[in-house]
Write a protein that binds this ligand. Sequence first.
Ligand code: ADP
Length: 247
Amino acid sequence: MLKVRNLEVSYGNKIVLKDINFSVSSNEILAIIGPSGAGKTTLIKSIVKLIPFHGEIELNNHEIDLGITTVSFVPQNYGLLPWKTVEQNIYLASRIKKHSRLSKHQKEKIHELMRELKIDKLSKKFPNFISGGQAQRVALARSLSISPDLLIFDEAFSALDPVVKKTAERLFLNQWRKNPTITIMVTHNLDEALKLSTKILVLKNNGTGIIMENPLINKLSDDYSDDKNYFDCLSFLQKEVDDTWEN
Ligand code: ADP
């Protein structure tokens, strides 16, 4: 479980985050939403200890130690190395984690994941020669291939067109259900937050936040078309966000 207690972060005299409290267990996905400048990146940087903070951040009852804890981070631009093939990009994460070359068995497991994410035929291609949707799945495969203790997405589904996005969400959820991992998803997209999270942290302009259970009954579903509740939940969340961001 990831626990954040009384988190406060400042840059010089400016307090950016304060009184932030939440927990995320391995069968939960937390969506973080907030206006630009609300402190979403600062919160992620605090969790992975890139910046100093006050308060407590613990993963499975221990302070996060990046020498021991495996964190997978999927940035908005997917962060693939253009001079490495799709396959090499994915292998690289495991090679860095294990400090060694991969065994045949480890490579087979990665290729199984690539097949499931429907990118196995792209193995020898370079990132500049694949589509945005394919690059997103390569980044997803890379992040999942190392069985992380903590999985963080920074707007990693946002740039996809709606049809490709739906496929990406379904493939991600299938993988996540097979192997639930403590997951944090920064997004500005309320629809994505409703579909892909179990709880939602709404960050306010004043640096505080409110945490709420995802109101959607059918959460963690890529197909909500039958959920009569969906539009009610979307407008509920929209209202929360409007109220929160105004104040
Ligand atoms: P978000 O990711 O929600 O857009 P950030 O966490 O990037 O917000 O930024 C939160 C606030 O902190 C903003 O006002 C931003 O200008 C400020 N900020 C971010 N990084 C720094 C920094 N290194 N030094 C000073 N101020 C910063």
